[in-house]
Write a protein that binds this ligand. Sequence first.
Ligand code: AMP
Ligand code: GLY
Length: 430
Amino acid sequence: MLGGMKVLVIGSGGREHALAWKFSQDRDPPELFCAPGNAGTATFCRNVAIKADDIQGLCEWARTNRPDLVVVGPEVPLCAGIADRLQFLGVAVFGPRQDAARLEGSKIFSKDVMESAGVPTARSCRFRDSRSALDYLKTLPPRVVVKADGLAAGKGVVVAERHAEAEQAIHDMLDGRMFGDAGTEILVEEFLEGEEASILALVDGNRAVLLPASQDHKRVGDGDTGPNTGGMGAYSPAPVVTPALRPLIEEQVFNPMLRELSRRGIRYQGVLYAGLMIGPQGIKVLEFNCRFGDPETQAVLPRLDGDLVPLLQSCVTGTLQAGQVKQRSQACVCVVTTAGGYPGHYAKGTPIDGLAAAARIPGVVVFHAGTELKDGRVVTSGGRVLGVTALGDTLQVAVSRAYEAVTAVRFDGMHYRRDIAARALNRKPA
Ligand code: AMP
Ligand code: GLY
């Protein structure tokens, strides 16, 4: 009996709004709490004023309020060991423990596990001193990728077009200590050609069940131009992941990773997110994340049929079945609207209009990301402000609805990409 369940979602972005929204659609919706949440979650959850990286504060809240399930959105608390701490308190938590979260927290650890597991990934070498890194660079083609080992708020990867850029990145990370301890060690990696896709899998400690594939749009500008961002939009399904590829991804990526982790005595429970490059060389893993993607979650969760609480609980209890993940045939598109200037400097506190009008468009849900309530008004509070999301019977319909809703919302300086899902729409039929 699920009645009277209490669920806490940790985080404040569009991903967390989407998770809470999906819980609210369950046949027997739980009582929802979001820490710290945003103006969107405030409309149907109780926002708890504790930040996502305040592990102590969150544990104290959990000890007092005894939620039946905690779902951790961002990587920072997972890598800091929040799952271990909550488990110690006897609180059911969806998300990996610190040792397993290292798959995201350390790119070198992740590479090491991939190599031992025989998972296809870019060739790379690890370095602590710039001299050896620069020597190795000389042996590589002009395009290379330089990665800081640790968490660097999404800024630790430099895709260099020429050696001069890679040299600069090596100096910045190893000599300039640009990312502090996160860049004490780096990876210098071969550049991979192809098309990216994100695969989120639910993992219960033993088995991984893949969710529908999606594609993110990392650059700020149309046609993948300009600087990298946290993600400007996503859509699902991603046709680059053909039905024939899914079993290969399971066999070549997820199953060997879980076997190798278990050989090392590490149990993985939560979402395992594989960032894939699909190209002439087949499937290659670019990275693993230890959590739901943002904005991928906004495009994937609305496509799931069935209740979310029992699904995530079965991961916690180690009883996940493949048949529990039921997919809708509809497509989903999320267009992120950002504050002008993002990912550089941007204004905060700008009033947002048109949210109700956007939400009235059929199939549309507006997920909030960087928003807060100020004197009863919804205002911007971050770079990525909204994830305007729409379901449709086809990808084309979902795209049209999402953009119709985008034009209904307004705030000063609002920016968004006009080509979300264009790659899929322009794809030639196989
Ligand atoms: P990561 O955080 O490792 O996913 O890297 C961020 C982004 O850099 C990825 O989404 C890719 O667009 C790009 N990237 C990372 N590694 C490579 C690679 N080996 N070849 C080409 N692009 C890469
Ligand atoms: N959308 C990329 C990420 O969540 O890491």
